[in-house]
Design a protein around this ligand. Sequence first.
Ligand code: RIB
Length: 311
Amino acid sequence: MNRISVIGSLNMDLVIQTERVPLAGETISGRDFNLIPGGKGANQAIAAAKAGSPTSMFGCVGDDEFGEVLLNSLKDAGVNTVNVSKTSKVRTGVASIILESSGENRIIIISGANNLVDTAYVDSHWDEIKLSSLILLQHEIPLETCHYIIEKAHASSIPVMLNPAPFHEIPTDVLTKVDYLVVNEVELQGIVPAQVSSIEDVIRAGKKINQMGVKQVLITLGGDGAVLVSNEEVIHQPAFTVNAVDTTAAGDTFVGYFASAIINGFGLKQALVNSCGAAALAVTKVGAQSSIPCNDDTQSFVQKYTTEGVR
Ligand code: RIB
């Protein structure tokens, strides 16, 4: 059976909405505060499951209230959580997010239990992980673990999709073993240090990564949509224009939907359309997992937008 395994982070997002961020030393009144389930790994797992793919989450939470809420959020979306460990040694990961009325956000992460996803954890769950059709990774668990999984998956011919966010350098011999690399502009420039100010620049940088050995490079460009660059083709999908209130987890929604489309054998163009459509819907709502759309909503949005130009 086609199955996606996400090995990554689970964070409770502490979201403060405010007109503007305070200056250093200043105190201001905010607008609202909410606890919203998040973490790039868990967000991407939920997006993949909502897009219709059997998805398993691998990671670690603390034996505390936040951990329980995060597991329930995954379960509610249909993600298998039996392999998520619980630890009493350290608290569940949190992300402090300040969201301005303009939609701009600032995020500070305390990794907590996510740091316990080490190579020993991977080895002890490998019998399950190796059954996956695709492994999905981000950079919110220890980097050493990410690199170890990429090597191990490559040796077992399991495709890997890497979303290297937040960005940290990836050794070239590890990068070449990644099948699908999904980056934003900042991450793209981290890998190919070059000026990127047009779609042509983006395509050129993507091609350089192809030449390093990564077959499929996807670059998310916010308001400019997304570009897929491979040795065979280049596809630019323009963005769906929406009223953006919060971009948190838009990239995660894109990645999860794209992963799901790939293992379900969608053409790359259709995969891009679906993923951009889902990411556009995600930015119309506040929060991470609270904003990830289900497949029915994504399909009707994409169809309506394409036929009627609905915004
Ligand atoms: O990508 C969005 C996510 O980044 C948030 O949910 C937050 O937890 C941080 O990990």
